[in-house]
Design a protein around this ligand. Structure first.
Ligand code: WTA
Length: 638
């Protein structure tokens, strides 16, 4: 495991020791960087598995991201917005403040109250963070849905959160195509009587059908007061619900609070990205995912940072788009995903080399393990061997970054492919099946042993599932669902998911969600889904399907029907690379599909114990499919 030295190699022992000796006191100290209307009386109420941070304190996320900057930074750009079609907009901290207050008043005028839920289904336009912050200002809970999800997925999420307001746009651009968001919402809310209004932003200015529930953003924003006093909210007041995939057929509504979450983001944005007033930050994530919530909306704005928000896909109109943006806006801090980097790398270094990337001083990666060769390419070709790389491990549930190098705090040798060390104030370990710490260089389960400020409050309206999913495997210890190892220097190496969750292009997709979608097709009796390694996306989805008897359709027709069904029920991001029709699936005698076997075969691992298997023949059928698959992958790469 080779090391790359950037800087002197100094741990900040003082901070790390202080954090270790009393993590609650340490986080209290960090929380004082924020503006509190009233101080807390108890820094942590830990009633496992429920943590309440800074109890008794009152705070507001919109106040901390906007009002506090009005004195010194009101003219500073908060967002340089770059449209996919080449349009651009600049919004200063003052502009954002005014827009947020106006929209907060709009929400109030529609009867939105503290604790109400508001669903946001928008493209990457400034009205998206404005809507989120307006909710935060009045204590409404925002729930943003990635604009690639289908009507049926949205319906499930709106129903679960019982949102009375939905905010959308007439459309959006994706790779030059128009996506008709309003139509998707119209379909999603049929029969959802509790949805009182749909607010529509004009992005593409196409003709849309308006119903009695629909209100236009511009009409509402005209003639409304631009003063809205921020609500003083309890530190644990819910800020948002973000749905994410887990191991069950239904997405989980991860619920985040305010004071602890903001403390986590303030600290990590400073330590990980070493933010300075003069920096221009660029995170390529979509706000529909947690990275966008934490490191486009809340983290950068808490610091009064300037950032670029890009509407479109990284390869539109061509593969140079991101380098073009870095050159145009003189980006200093760049945060992206291994999937994007693998795609860029495939096109060689000539393209990035033809742009001026010399303003860059720090590079980040998030969402999936980064292969050492991609890490090195990033370091050399993009960072010109002068930018540290922060490989940040975290999850929707953790709220903020948990493992990363911290150039804003200390300089330590970097190792390509390792996230390095946990953030100070966190107790992260790798343990075995029985809960014992494993030896160095031994693969085990990643767990978090103490509560941390950014941790989820619970799952929306489902405390039991919250306990079951994260706290039931080990007592009073958070189970992350990832494999990891620690090397002899204590560095963490993340080794992928230990559960039935896939990471496709960095997006979380639950195999159970896909399987329940496939079996709801009239011709399908059973299905099993697993991931296989993919050169660009990290993982690709493979589905095995057993048909009901006497199905007359040919496989091609069925495959198309199933692909369409997945697109309609979940969304295009969940589209399998391949669907295979098999006669039987490997199952235990009690009838459970043995996914472990599929995963092992797919990854060419030793199959292990098959004594509980009901139908040994099923393995050879699936094994031969994977062999053919490997051959065709090999042929393609030759
Ligand atoms: C994976 C994304 C390796 C991991 C912020 C985790 C990573 C899941 C890394 C959470 C990384 C995220 N190295 N794996 N740097 N970052 N992961 O909720 O499997 O979309 O559990 O949050 O992504 O995905 P989520």
């Amino acid at each position: 495991m080779s090391e790359i030295n950037i800087g002197l190699g100094n741990h900040d022992d003082k901070t790390r020791l202080e954090a270790k000796s009393n993590y609650v006191h340490f986080w209290e100290k960090q929380a004082k960087n924020l503006f509190w209307f009233s101080p807390w009386t108890n820094p942590l109420d830990w009633n496992p598995p429920f943590a309440k941070w800074f109890v008794g304190g009152t705070i507001n996320a919109s106040y901390n991201t906007l009002d506090i900057h009005q004195k010194n930074k009101s003219d500073k750009p908060a967002i340089f917005w770059e449209g996919e079609n080449g349009e651009s907009r600049i919004l200063t901290y003052h502009d954002m403040w005014i827009q947020v207050q106006k929209f907060a008043n709009v929400l109030k005028s529609l009867g939105v109250k503290k604790g109400d839920r508001v669903t946001i289904y928008l493209p990457m336009i400034p009205e998206l963070p404005i809507s989120m912050l307006a909710c935060a200002r009045i204590g409404a809970i925002h729930t943003v849905i990635f604009s690639g999800f289908s009507a049926s997925s949205i319906k499930d999420r709106i129903t679960d959160s019982k949102s009375k307001i939905v905010i959308t746009a007439d459309g959006g651009y994706r790779r030059g195509n128009i996506i008709y968001l309003k139509q998707v919402i119209d379909e999603a809310i049929v029969k959802l009587d509790f949805v009182q209004n749909v607010i529509v932003i004009e992005r593409i200015k196409n003709k849309i059908k308006l119903s009695s529930k629909d209100l236009m953003w511009n009409d509402l924003m005209n003639n409304i007061s631009n003063v809205c006093v921020a609500e003083k909210l309890d530190s644990s007041h819910p800020l948002y619900i973000l749905y994410t995939s887990g191991t069950t057929g239904k997405p989980k509504g991860v619920l985040h609070g305010t004071g602890g979450y903001l403390t986590h983001l303030y600290s990590t944005f400073k330590w990980v990205f070493d933010i300075k007033d003069s920096d221009i930050f660029f995170c390529t994530a979509d706000i529909g995912w947690v990275t966008g919530h934490s490191y486009i909306v809340y983290g950068p704005l808490l610091h009064g940072a300037t950032q670029v928000m890009y509407e479109g896909s990284p390869d539109f109109p061509d593969i140079s788009r991101i380098w073009n943006i870095i050159q145009k806006y003189k980006i200093t801090l760049f945060y992206t995903t291994p999937t994007a980097l693998r795609m860029f790398m495939k096109f060689g270094e000539k393209i990035p080399n033809s742009f001026d990337l010399s303003t860059l001083r720090l590079l980040g990666s998030v969402g999936e393990p980064i292969n050492p060769e991609v890490w090195k390419w990033y370091f050399k070709t993009i960072g010109k061997e002068k930018c540290p790389i922060v490989d940040t491990w975290w999850q929707t549930e953790t709220g903020g970054i948990m493992i990363s190098a911290l150039p804003g705090l200390e300089t330590i040798p970097l190792k390509p492919g390792s996230g390095t060390l946990p953030i100070p104030g966190l107790d992260i370990s790798v343990i075995d099946e029985y809960g014992k710490d494993v030896l160095p260089n031994t693969k085990g389960y990643l767990v978090i042993k103490n509560p941390w400020p950014g941790m989820l409050l619970t799952l929306w309206k489902d405390d039991e599932k919250y306990y079951e999913a994260y706290w039931s495997k080990y007592k009073n210890c958070y189970y992350a669902g990832d494999y990891a190892l620690q090397d002899t220097d204590g560095y963490f190496w993340l080794l992928g998911r230990a559960d039935d969750v896939l990471k496709v292009s960095g997006h979380r997709i639950g195999t159970a969600e896909l399987e329940s979608c496939l079996v709801s097709h009239t011709d399908v009796s059973e299905s099993a889904v697993c991931g296989i390694p993919d050169e660009i996306k990290g993982e690709a989805i493979i589905a095995f399907v057993v048909l009901k008897q006497n199905v007359q359709k040919n496989n091609m027709t069925l495959q198309n029907e199933l692909l369409l069904k997945i697109r309609n029920d979940i969304g295009a991001i969940a589209t399998p690379a391949q669907i295979y029709f098999v006669s039987v699936l490997p199952k235990t005698r009690s009838g459970k599909i043995m996914r472990r076997l599929l995963k092992a075969i797919a990854n060419k691992e030793i199959i292990g114990d098959t004594s509980t298997l009901e139908n040994v023949d099923s393995i050879s059928e699936i094994q031969s499919i994977f062999e053919q698959l490997q051959e065709s992958i090999q042929k393609k790469s030759e």
